[in-house]
Design a protein around this ligand. Structure first.
Ligand SMILES: Nc1ncnc2c1ncn2[C@@H]1O[C@H](COP(=O)(O)OP(=O)(O)OP(=O)(O)O)[C@@H](O)[C@H]1O
Length: 244
């Protein structure tokens, strides 16, 4: 089996070892999946995503993205993914377009490809009219959409999003979900965290559930129903799992 994302024995503590945020986590994702990462508040989702994207170093363990060891070859591995963080704090003095060009410069995206990729995304998220305005004047949702577009300028193999639907209006949220599906249909991989279980149930091809830093389930919705021997909604099964 070929995996595009592989986390091996990842552990992470905060506060000089007092808080065990991620506890010996193992996770693999094959290409072409839409992987939904679920778990209660404080379960370790953001910490795992920050480790997966090289923002935080794990105490122990290995991260492999597209076959590249993130800890040994960070720059090479970081080219493989686009990342949408759970905060939308971006340079307030830059215009939206300056920010997108800055990101495209970092990833060395040629002008021709920028011209191909950026305008359709601006149109999709209705940002064309604001693209020359300073980011400081944007609403939370507009910043979020700009970050989504920025994460795709280099057309990465892996798209990692932390709580991406928060603050998006219904149309933008719909467009984002469609974009995720189109992306996976091209054989690429989407990994995102969410608390919106209806979205996860409809959109994800694989689910991962984390509780107190441990992965307590990975598989399809069907696998979850089989494991629990119950034909219930994801919401009901999820609550049963995390309460037990
Ligand atoms: N910088 C930090 N310093 C100390 N503890 C932290 C820090 N960041 C996270 N934690 C703790 O680590 C644990 C995991 O947090 P994390 O943010 O990864 O969870 P999460 O699943 O993303 O939660 P949420 O759904 O609320 O966003 C929690 O107990 C949290 O309080």
């Amino acid at each position: 089996m070929v995996y595009i994302i592989r986390l091996k024995n990842i552990s992470k503590t905060y506060g000089e070892g007092k808080v065990l945020a991620v506890d010996n986590l193992n996770l693999t994702v094959p290409p072409g999946e839409i992987f939904g990462f679920l778990g209660p508040n404080g379960a370790g989702k953001t910490t795992t995503i920050k480790i997966m994207t090289g923002i935080l170093a794990p105490d122990t363990g290995e991260v492999e993205l597209s076959g590249i060891d993130l800890l040994k070859e960070p720059l090479k591995a970081k080219r493989k993914f686009g990342y949408v963080p759970d905060t939308s704090e971006i340079f307030p003095r830059l215009s939206g377009l300056e920010f997108l060009n800055f990101v495209a410069d970092v990833y060395e995206v040629p002008a021709k490809l920028r011209e191909e990729r950026i305008p359709p995304l601006l149109k999709l998220f209705s940002l064309e009219g604001a693209i020359n305005d300073r980011i400081g004047s944007y609403s939370h949702g507009m910043k979020q959409k700009l970050l989504v577009i920025a994460s795709l300028v280099h057309d990465p193999d892996i798209w990692i999003l932390d709580e991406p639907m928060i603050g998006l209006d219904p149309e933008s949220s719909f467009n984002l979900k469609k974009l995720m599906q189109d992306y996976a249909a091209r054989g690429k991989t989407v990994f995102f965290s969410t608390h919106i279980l209806e979205v996860a149930e409809r959109l994800c091809t694989t689910l991962g559930i984390i509780k107190k830093g441990k992965l307590i389930f990975t598989g399809t919705m069907e696998d979850l129903k089989t494991q629990k021997q119950e034909d219930k909604s994801l919401e009901e099964l999820f609550l049963e799992l995390v309460r037990s």
